[in-house]
Design a protein around this ligand. Sequence first.
Ligand SMILES: C[S@@+](CC[C@H](N)C(=O)[O-])C[C@H]1O[C@@H](n2cnc3c(N)ncnc32)[C@H](O)[C@@H]1O
Length: 214
Amino acid sequence: MTEEMIRYYARRAGEYERVYEIPAWQPGLAELRRRVAMFTGRRVFEVACGTGYWTEILAGVAACVHASDLNAETLALARARPYPRGNVTLEARDAYARHAGPPRWDAGFAGLWLSHVDLTRMDEFLDAFHSHLRPGALVLAFDESDDPTRRSRGSRVDAAGNRYEARRLDNGEQYEIVKNFVDEPRLRAALGARARRLAYDDLGRFWVATWEVT
Ligand SMILES: C[S@@+](CC[C@H](N)C(=O)[O-])C[C@H]1O[C@@H](n2cnc3c(N)ncnc32)[C@H](O)[C@@H]1O
């Protein structure tokens, strides 16, 4: 299933950014862009950066951004963006792979990613993500909230509680991917002792959470 999700985003890379034009997303996106100011002067590790939509915004305020994604197709689009301050590095990297050596970054960013983490692998992902981040690092994660006007409907729920959606690309290819709606109690429980000062806000079509790495 994880493999199918990776393939889906590789094949979807060229059409992905249409989501950022969804009218109902605009107020939430504007608020998220404002919140990115919390990274001013920070060294940011970004997981699953996709086409680099947020990488470019982060790079406008952060000291530097190290953006990672598993797919060469999405990374190529992220690499092609203008980064006038020359402060972005990109890496093909599995979000579940731990960093060997001391953590290098004092901020972490995860956009539209946690919904795709299989619930049975959440600990593995959070351990890997935090392995890049120094104690005291600031994290911002956001993702979609459930909404009756979303076009994608749930297809099934598995034994672990993962919710799935059927997705179709312009070329007709069909995929089934994990798409969980992460609420505050679930996020708080998953983070456990890894985080302090967790704040979770409802932005309508998105939820946004910030925390500090312990
Ligand atoms: C919904 S997109 C989010 C992209 C970007 N963060 C954004 O907000 O626009 C999910 C991304 O996760 C990437 N991805 C899927 N599995 C991954 C994995 N195991 N490790 C790293 N990236 C992965 C996909 O290539 C895709 O770019």
